[in-house]
Design a protein around this ligand. Structure first.
Ligand SMILES: [Fe+2]
Ligand SMILES: [Fe+2]
Length: 323
């Protein structure tokens, strides 16, 4: 059996986006931003890393904030649906020669590390550590992961991550064939030039987006996103960012692609961060056909006409010099 054959498995091995390790050259300021301004909570600390989560994230952490000389992606992790699913994915990744071996962390059991064709570091894992509320964080309703913090933007849960890639098509093929993810929307310009792809592994319409790095760099991060329940909370988050002097890049506005209501800001370490309301959109069709946006449609900007700002195509972390 060759790698491509092994990879053709229906989109059911990965369960969901688990966590992202974010690198920051300003660890104290970044931590203050994520806790005081965004309302995430600290669940652990080890070495140069602090482990954080939203109030309804069921796992120990969804964000691992690590001190580093430059901002960017440490690693991105997906939880799989079973031990068997993990073994299947590892076989494929090994066959493709992209595997890096096993690792463990404070927040999860054995995770298999690998690199994407564009050199983003990722991992897949099954065994995890569920968050256990303390007396102070126990929720009133037991079907909620922890108490609503009533602090800052009160981010509820990790929603998605957007990576930049020098070759979007190669990333799409990898995500489909090696990880078994499903393409829900795409940007494809004339002549088949793939500029962006949105993929899911569950009933959310996307867990991951990959867009073209116009500077041709590899392995960069575009942004990470946490969700709130309503559009009003995104507007409130904008007011909170204004009060705290957090630089707003664009929005609030509504995306055309995926229709997410968004606000983009920069956290103190230089990484782009999105506060979003994905609404009630779900992917239920098992035979969903990818929605393809062309160049002309993209030129119309976002849903209500806000033009996509130029930095969106060039700024990523770590930053690189424009030629
Ligand atoms: Fe991890
Ligand atoms: Fe996003």
């Amino acid at each position: 059996m060759d790698a491509s054959e092994l990879g053709r498995w229906p989109y059911c091995d990965l369960a969901h986006l688990g966590h992202i390790e974010l690198l920051t050259p300003k660890p104290e300021e970044s931590l203050r931003f994520f806790t005081e301004v965004m309302g995430l909570s600290v669940s652990g600390q080890e070495g140069d890393s602090v482990y954080l989560r939203g109030w309804d994230d069921y796992e120990f952490h969804t964000l691992k904030l690590t001190a580093a000389p430059k901002p960017g992606l440490g690693h991105l992790a997906f939880r799989v649906r079973s031990l068997e699913a993990l073994r299947r994915r590892v076989r494929v990744l090994e066959a493709l020669g992209l595997g890096e071996g096993w690792t463990e962390d404070l927040g999860h059991g054995p995770a298999y590390r690998f690199r994407t064709p564009d050199e983003h570091r990722m991992e897949v894992y099954w065994e995890t550590r569920w968050y256990e509320p303390t007396e102070a964080t126990r929720p009133a309703l037991k079907n909620q992961a922890s108490r609503f913090p009533a602090r800052g933007a009160n981010l509820r849960r990790l929603d998605h991550v957007n990576l930049l890639a020098s070759d979007v098509k190669a990333m799409r093929l990898f995500l489909e064939e090696a990880l078994g993810m499903k393409v829900t929307e795409q940007i494809v310009f004339t002549g088949g030039d793939e500029q962006g792809v949105w993929v899911t592994c569950n009933n959310k319409t996307y867990d991951l987006a990959v867009t073209k790095d116009h500077l041709g760099a590899k392995g960069r991060l575009h942004h990470l996103t946490y969700a709130v329940d309503s559009r009003e909370e995104v507007l409130r988050a904008a007011d909170i960012c204004l009060e705290y002097g957090v630089p707003i890049e664009t929005g609030p506005h509504k995306h055309a692609i995926q229709q997410t209501f968004f606000l983009y800001v920069y956290e103190p370490g230089g990484n782009r961060f999105e506060i979003a309301c994905p609404g009630a959109r779900l992917l239920l069709a098992p035979d969903w056909r990818s929605i393809v946006w062309n160049e002309e449609e993209r030129k119309r900007g976002q849903a209500w006409g806000l033009q996509t700002i130029p930095t969106f195509h060039t700024y990523g972390t770590p930053p690189v010099e424009e030629a």
